[in-house]
Design a binder for this molecule. Structure first.
Ligand SMILES: Cc1cc2nc3c(=O)[nH]c(=O)nc-3n(C[C@H](O)[C@H](O)[C@H](O)COP(=O)(O)OP(=O)(O)OC[C@H]3O[C@@H](n4cnc5c(N)ncnc54)[C@H](O)[C@@H]3O)c2cc1C
Length: 375
């Protein structure tokens, strides 16, 4: 993907603000209440209209991606990355966000469970977030990071697809994760519509319907016990993972029916709706909604050369603030924690930014003291 640079360009309020909010509402389906909320909140502050420049155009026109050093480069412009950039931008740090533009929840029309934003389209949240971040002079680069390695001086070199290299004192990995679904025909086609994984994200919207929970993952039994509170009609399909006596007892006690064991052949759909789960013997377990637990794989390969420690689940180990085992490298949101929903991913991004800024201050003070003593 070619990198594209977005620079924040502060503008005064008044007519342009209204036009901007109207533009947002029209382009991103920002719910009217959100547009009103923003309009109430922003008076007195500058509103930024991002300027987008393709790198190829920039080079043709003699403009360049900044090659000087950033205090922090944030990899990923989802809730976690934008939140980190907002906090750092507001304390006047020099920050770039590099984003490939494929947030995990992109397939869904509505984002649930974010206080004050419940039901907002995911793209609208990010559009508003980018506009807020741009007010503080953060560079936004639409592109993909391929690798991070140690720079020639202190800090890190962030290599972008297409060639540009950014230099950074700190790197915040906010690149999310990918959901790898079991290889069952018919499953992926319905993903995020009536094939779901998270009761907190979209369980309420399907409450009371006929659920089948696929036993394809070690946590599938727990998933069935959990979603049972949303429907009286839940069947567990063990597939190739036989249940223990204890699991069978717990499911039954919770009121979850158990289908016959045997490989799952496919998810059956008709008229744009899941109809059931077909087993290898041809029997179909009827249902309207399938719950399946994906294998969650962090998008952290760009750090492979740095040797950050990982936990047994394969995620980077971090402290409460998001510090990895390599000083200067941070990980937040789903890149660090598969359980993070949008609101907690944003919170982790903010928390890391506070700590990162304090680490920068400590380093700057130590350097100033050393210089003072040396003079
Ligand atoms: C189907 C589905 C529905 C969901 N619904 C909800 C919901 O209703 N409510 C809720 O709270 N949560 C929901 N979630 C969870 C939600 O998606 C995550 O909590 C959230 O996306 C985590 O934010 P993040 O910033 O960590 O990662 P993301 O939002 O995934 O953002 C990561 C960004 O980094 C970019 N990136 C990745 N690699 C690179 C790279 N090498 N270089 C540059 N950029 C890169 C990606 O393109 C992406 O834009 C849902 C998840 C799924 C799968």
């Amino acid at each position: 993907m070619a990198a594209r640079l977005v620079r924040g360009r502060p503008r005064g309020l008044g007519h342009s603000t209204c036009a901007f909010l109207g533009h947002l509402a029209a382009r991103c389906e920002v719910v009217p209440e959100t547009a009103k909320l923003l309009a109430r909140r922003v008076p007195g502050h500058a509103v930024c209209v991002p300027e987008v420049i393709a790198v190829s155009d920039a080079q043709r026109n003699g403009r360049e991606i900044p090659q000087d050093s950033y205090d922090a480069v944030v990899i990923g412009g989802g809730a976690a990355g934008l939140s980190a950039a907002l906090v750092l931008g507001r304390v006047c740090r020099k920050v770039a966000v590099v984003d490939a533009g494929e947030p995990r929840n992109a397939p869904v029309a509505h984002m649930q469970g974010f206080l004050s934003r419940d039901g907002m389209p995911p793209a609208a949240l990010l559009e508003v977030g980018r506009a807020e971040v741009a007010q503080y002079g953060v560079d936004f680069i639409a592109g993909k990071v391929e690798q991070v390695d140690r720079g020639e001086a202190a800090g890190f070199a962030v290599h972008l697809a297409g060639g540009p290299v950014l230099h950074a004192r700190h790197v915040v990995l906010a690149s999310g994760l990918r959901d790898e679904l079991p290889d069952i025909p018919g499953l992926r086609e319905r993903w995020s519509r009536d094939v779901l994984h998270c009761p907190y994200c979209h369980g309420y919207e399907v409450r009371g319907r006929a659920f089948a929970v696929l036993g394809t993952h070690p946590v599938s039994v727990n998933q069935a016990l959990l979603v049972r509170q949303l429907s009286d009609d839940v069947v567990y399909v063990p597939g190739d993972r036989p249940l223990t006596d204890d699991e069978r007892e717990r499911l039954t006690a919770r009121g979850v029916r158990i289908a016959a064991e045997g490989s799952i052949k496919r998810v059956v759909s008709a008229d744009d709706q899941v109809r059931g789960v077909e087993l290898e013997d041809g029997a179909v377990v009827p249902c309207e909604v399938v719950f399946v637990f994906p294998q969650m794989v962090p998008n952290d390969g760009v750090l492979d050369g740095l040797g950050c420690d990982r936990n047994p689940a394969g995620f980077l180990t971090t402290d409460d603030a998001g510090r990895t085992s390599v000083p200067g490298i941070w990980a937040v949101g789903n890149a660090d924690d598969p359980r993070a929903l949008v609101i907690s991913a944003a919170g982790k991004g903010a928390a890391a930014a506070f700590a990162l800024n304090h680490d920068l201050v400590d380093a700057e003070v130590a350097q100033a003291v050393a210089e003072r003593r040396g003079s």
